[in-house]
Design a protein around this ligand. Sequence first.
Ligand code: PLP
Length: 357
Amino acid sequence: MRGQPQDFDRVLSSMCTPPHPVARDAAERFLATNPGDPGTYPAVAELEDRAVELLGDVVGLSDPAGYIASGGTEANIQAVRIARNHSVSSDPNVVVPESAHFSFQKAADVLAVELRIAPLEDDYTVDLGAVRRFCDEDTACIVGVAGSTEYGRVDPIPELGRIANEHDALLHVDAAWGGFVLPFTDHEWHFGHAAVDTMTIDPHKMGQAAIPAGGLLARDGSLFDALAVDTPYLESAKQATLTGTRSGAGVASAAAVIEELWPDGYRENYELAQANADWFAAELRDRGFDVVEPDLPLVSASVPLDLFESLREVGWRVSRTGADEMRVVMMPHVTREMLESFLSDVDRLVPTANINT
Ligand SMILES: *Cc1c(COP(=O)(O)O)cnc(C)c1O
């Protein structure tokens, strides 16, 4: 059977996008390589070093430590694992904002750490007072989100760094989606702005790399020592990654596309995407929908369920937030023309739906 992947011309809610041509080319050439075994596959191992170095430029970190993971989920699990293994507590906890990605629930479960979920302010960033109250001597890590999955919001990272320092906890920043747009904003979110210890930033989202390409970075390489296990049958002595055999395609594509697009290509993407987000938010407001102000290129708006379902029925790939808003992510493949076509479907379908519910 020869399957056919979906087109992207109606995909509005995905955080992934077709890979950039240089990413696609690199992925194909490196399909049969395994960066998990650098002794056998040195060329891809070198590309991984290059990818990490380039990611360091994106996140304000000279001499970064890290690796290309399978995605943001693995990077977040590994960050919690680093913090847990560094903690001297016998009952460690991790304080995360309510906006944290569900991968932290997986991390807490797999690693047997307690997850303390701090509520949000009205602007969807974490309530610092709550974070302070939730931290104690058993807190191994505080998590801040830089570009939340549902609203694209950025937590007050410098303040979270200060709270983490007071409790001898690590600060992990989850910029899985936001990492390739935030450099072009005024937000304080990275290693150069705050006492960040580890960070998730996914090349396979806004970075336009091929899946799988997540990123985990650390300020200090010694943080990875807590993860390293001996690898008897490989030529390299230690391994700090979660998976063993890994995708050389993801690694090579990440190195190639970041080299190609950082910084001007990504800046151009961001400016187009943010302009589309602002325009789309205004268009939805004009039609009477409640819209969450798009701080980053991601628009969430209250749309009645029957309209939402009608839009899905005519092929639009839209999804909903936990609070039932429709969510549109301005990935590089989402053009103004697509959004116009979407809005004309909204206008056509609205009479059969009731906006005021
Ligand atoms: C997408 C996302 C993740 C998970 O990344 P995967 O690559 O899907 O595993 C984690 N955190 C944030 C903020 C995300 O947007």
